[in-house]
Design a binder for this molecule. Sequence first.
Ligand code: C2E
Ligand code: MG
Ligand code: MG
Length: 709
Amino acid sequence: MNEMMSASARPLVLVATPEDSPGHALARSLEETGIPLQVTTTFESTLEAMGPGSCHVLLLDSLLPGPAGLDVLGEIRRRLPGGDPSLMVLANPAAGMGLAEALERGAEDGMALPVSAPVAAARLRVHIRMIEAARRLRHTEERFSLLLTGSNEGLWDWDLRTDTVYFSPFWKQLLGLEDHEVGEAPSEWLDRVHPEDRERVQEELQQHLAGRSANFASQHRLQHADGSYRWMVLRGVARREEETGQPLRIAGTLADVTASRLYDALTGLPNRTLMLDRVERAIARARRKSELIFALLVVSLDRFEVVQTQLSEHEIRTVLATAGKRLQQLMRTADTVARLEGPNFAIHLDEIRHVSDARRVAGRVAEALGAPIELGGREFRLSTSIGIALSVTGYERPEDIVRDAFVAMNQARAGGGNRQEMFDQKMQSEVELRMRLEADLRRALERNEFQVFYQPIVSLETWRISGFEALVRWRHPERGLVSPAEFIPVAEETGQIVPIGEWVLRESSRQMKHWQEEHPELDLSISVNLSGRQVAEPDLVDTVARIIDETGLRPGSLKLELTETLLMHHYEGAIQKMHDLRDMGIKLSIDDFGTGYSSLSHLHRFPIDFLKVDRSFVGRVGQDARESEIVRVIVGLGRNLGMKVIAEGVETSEQAGFLRDLECEFGQGYYFARPLDSEAAGALLPHAVRPVESEEGIFLVPRSPAPSA
Ligand code: C2E
Ligand code: MG
Ligand code: MG
């Protein structure tokens, strides 16, 4: 048929895909469809294989790794100046780059994985036809007419000398227009470009006409006959006068890529953009007909952060795709199931009759997603937190109903997960309260509203104070003392925790230095909590070093507390920083141990000196034989890993005695003392402490001999 199709023993399509990618399996199936192809699995072998004239199409899996830090797509693009071979991308969701982005970055065409072999083969054939077409187009007009059939793309040919454009019937069809409705002026195209894209398109076109780009490729929105805007990719090549390089005509293709911008590549479900669009229409309908109710559900897979640490990439994708499929199966056609970010899905229930319908659907969703998922022969179970918001609240903007459904979902999660919550007035006021808290928190540092309290940590062997944990308090001008349990999570979300935490560290280090100078014989230490955000800060180690320097505190008397959950999240970077801190002589504790989900096998990899047993276990010692047993196991575990153990939340003499018998080294809790301001804490210092219970509460009795065990 032509020189390219007939030429060869040489492969027509070069597929570059790593062995473990679904792209690889696709290549194998494509071979069976009769398309001659060659497969390469590394960046280097791909470069080697794609020498001049070696293949027509390079089908590049976006997951193909290059040498560290190299942008593979960009690099390969750079090596294909003449567009030979033509670059088609296999957008691999695991590579984090969508099809739209790949196209924007210079791939000539593409497909999103997963894609079936027959569809891929058809797309390849069309694409090959298209590139051949585009090449021949430059030579003869008569050959050009052959192409007009069979391709899924509209064609256009702009004669710059006469300033007229030929638009193919399919070009017009893509925009919902009849043949006779489109004339020959360039404005038929340019006037339909979305106003926000217009300037950019003009510029891209000028770039190419002026000879500064090898191909003209532009992704922009064009207005369809129905009034909506569709995302289109317009490609073309200019033909130039040989001597002057002056462009004579420019011709190419038009393809509708709207779908790839509105759907989630992994699950194939509508994405947030498409969902918001549907909700917006529902809001408009409900405004016209007030009896129409619709609901928005946000469905979130519980404990997903933990799931992520336990499953492989592939298994995580399977879990998400399965969840998406199950949701889809549950819904009526008028409803929309969308995938939002991470483990979150949204369901738009259109036109429900009664509020209880939304609850019923939520129940069915929980049940469907709760069914076991098969993962390589194992069964895996999920629970969900579901938030429901209803149109009766009277929403103006789709984003607002999504936000409220999220608030309700977070409420469900805070209640322990595996439940549903309806957004209501109470949550509304909580949202407002929370916004006020955020605003107040932003000013609290500069207004000096924070104060550090100190809770003694007592040696269970000598019954003496070995040090204190610094616990921050906020003196709110109107609300009085605000508990960290309330404001720390907010500060973590807004990032405020970084300066607040730094202040606490400086203040408590300074205070401890002062106490050490007063009581050099006591060998006191200070424990300071670090939040995940602080650990994620690149200059954490420098900040700590600077504060040690400023305050003159001996690094060996500083203990930094990191929660177990934090360690699981910031796994990679955290370990290095922990080693750096350790090298400075600082001690590290794992806080709230037992409440996270760290697998014991990971624990020994963290450089940890102290383990703090969470107070939820300690608090039930004496009441519950099983909890006592857990505490015994944790103390034993800590000892085996060479850590010292601190029991948090010791409230009774019975608990203190039990822990002492286990040879747990330290105790902390109301039995010994509550967190105290610096003056009250300092007053305890010269003394051994022995708690005495009386009608009025617990008192620390100074200077008494240690009780006999
Ligand atoms: P945490 O680090 O586990 O601190 C121990 C918490 O248990 C403190 O709560 C303390 O007052 C409380 N507690 C101590 N003994 C007992 C007891 O016998 N019974 C009971 N029921 N509770 C006891 P607090 O001060 O409200 O702090 C709560 C959490 O806030 C802390 O848990 C810590 O995670 C965080 N936090 C406090 N200050 C800071 C800080 O400066 N920076 C960071 N990042 N987090 C902080
Ligand atoms: Mg702590
Ligand atoms: Mg704790």
